[in-house]
Every structure is written in C-alpha cells, then in structure tokens.
Design a protein around this ligand. Structure first.
Ligand code: COA
Length: 186
C-alpha cells in the first residue's frame, strides 16, 4: 500500500518485517539519537531472528488472535529502508491497539515519520476491526507529539513516570485515535 498525505510528503510503503530487515533493525537500535526517547533494546542477530520468527511471522491484521505486528517503512522513491513501525493488539475483546514508530536519523525532518504513521493507521483501520488506537510518547519528544497531532490523535492525559529510558523513568503523553474520528476525516 502506498500512502501520500499532502503534495510534498514522501510516499512510503509498509513491508512486513522479515529476516532481511535484521541488519536495518540493528542499525536503527545502534543510533543514540533514535534511542533517546524510547526504550529500544540492542539485540544480537540471533535474538532478532528469533523475535521475528516467534512474534512477527503473521502479517494478516485481521487474524483473530495474533497480537504483534511490525513493518519496515520503505521510501518508495528510492527503495531505501527509512524506519520501522509497529502495532500491538492490546485488548482483542474491546478492539484496542497501540502503535510505535522509529525513523532512521538520516531521514528525520522530511515527513517520513508523519507519512509512516498515516500509512500505519490506514492499514489498521482498513484491515482489522480495531476501534481505538493508542500511542504514548515522552513529554520530551515534540516531533513525536507533532506526528500524532497531524494524524488526528487527541491528547488524553499524562502517564506519570511511565517508561524507563536510559535508566530514568519518564512521563509520557497518552494519545488516542478512534475509528469513528478517522473515518470522518478520511
Ligand atoms: C520522532 C520521529 C519519528 C520523527 O520522525 P520524522 O521523520 O523526523 O518526522 P517528520 O519529518 O514527519 O516531522 C514531524 C513533525 O515534528 C516537527 N518537529 C521535528 N522536530 C521537532 C522539535 N524538536 N520540536 C518541535 N517540532 C519538531 C516537524 O517540524 C514536523 O512538524 P511539521 O510538519 O508541522 O513541521 C523520529 O525523530 C524518530 O524516529 N525518533 C526516534 C524514535 C522515536 O522517538 N519514536 C517515537 C516514540 S513515541
């Protein structure tokens, strides 16, 4: 699926993650700037391979019980890998999920984060029965806040001392997007 938001935003494609993305995942996790606002673990190649095989082998978002998904964000113009996005079904009965997103430093500031999240939301609402998408981001991460706002998420509160990042517990903004709101705008 290719998503174009506005005229000057990049075209991105979301490709289900597989073993061929392990080097890219490692290069992302090794960038200190990328780890600044999220608890991204560095793993060995074998640990990544096991994780992809055990957790991310199911690409079908409509699967009734599978909970975890990841995609590589491809810059459609060049074919380069620009980032990773994720989606976790948190509550199957109540149709609630949570997204995550990481863009490689060399692509920052060019609209890839915004376009990747737009593509991810579209995919989730079109291919699953999820009714509510949640996203949490550090209160010190204004670019991430802006991405969520531009994609229609509403601020719902602050999770105090929520995640431990680089040894410190960090307050996080809690955002939500409802299918109802997204369908009205799209
Ligand atoms: C956060 C992240 C995804 C942003 O990716 P990106 O590709 O640079 O995002 P975009 O280019 O789409 O820019 C998003 C918006 O943030 C704004 N922005 C960027 N840095 C900013 C800053 N320091 N202060 C305020 N706004 C900022 C941009 O101007 C843009 O808004 P605009 O279109 O209104 O001008 C990227 O920096 C990243 O992957 N960081 C590490 C991982 C991470 O923090 N993930 C999110 C976890 S919640």
């Amino acid at each position: 699926m290719t998503v174009k938001m506005v005229d000057d935003s990049p075209d991105v494609v979301l490709k289900p993650i597989d073993e061929s993305d392990i080097d890219f995942c490692q290069s992302l996790a090794s960038q200190p700037e990328v780890r600044e606002h999220q608890p991204l673990k560095q793993r060995t190649v074998n640990e990544f391979r096991e994780e992809v095989r055990l957790l991310y082998s199911e690409p079908d978002l409509s699967h009734p019980t599978h909970p975890k998904y990841k995609w590589t964000v491809i810059n459609e113009e060049t074919g380069e890998k620009a980032g990773i996005v994720s989606f976790d079904k948190l509550d199957l009965e109540h149709k609630i999920g949570r997204i995550g997103y990481t863009i490689s430093k060399k692509f920052w500031g060019r609209g890839f984060g915004t376009a990747a999240v737009a593509a991810l939301i579209q995919k989730i609402f079109l291919e699953s029965d999820i009714e509510r998408i949640e996203a949490d981001c550090s209160i010190h991460n204004p670019a991430s806040v802006r991405i969520l706002e531009k994609n229609g998420f509403g601020l719902e509160g602050i999770k105090r001392s929520y995640l431990q990042i680089d040894g410190q517990r960090v307050d996080h903004f809690s955002f939500g997007l409802l299918r109802f709101d997204w369908e009205r705008e799209n």
